[in-house]
Write a protein that binds this ligand. Sequence first.
Ligand code: NI
Length: 154
Amino acid sequence: MAIRNVRTDGNPVLREICKEVAVVNDGIRKILADMLETMYDSDGVGLAAPQIGIPKRMAVIDDREGHVYKLVNPVIVESEGEQLSQEGCLSVPGFRGKCKRPMKVYVEALNEFGEKISFTAEGFLAVICCHEFDHLDGILYKDKAVEMERVEEE
Ligand code: NI
């Protein structure tokens, strides 16, 4: 595994509509492993492939409540409710902001072995899913934020 360079706002790769992964092979599994390691290195809860310069539909998530996901071609097929989230993004350093997100989403994806999986995400996990999957369509949370503020950098 390797820690990859995280691309930041202004890099055009963050605005691409990412391509579906056709075959989940060792190369894809290597990228997913690197994404997870890169995410942990930056103390994040989610990371999408374009954030490391790869415009493919992949995301990794750890909600810090025991749920770790490596997702390929993820899709939100249903959503319900609404919540006001507090979000930050490794690609938008120095800021955080609030967005309106669904309270609950139903997700379908492939796992790292190319098997179909589905799960329901509620609360914080729903926010992470929406945030990460938006990255795959070239959308940053700041595009949707109803409130943004500067935070102290470490
Ligand atoms: Ni992000």
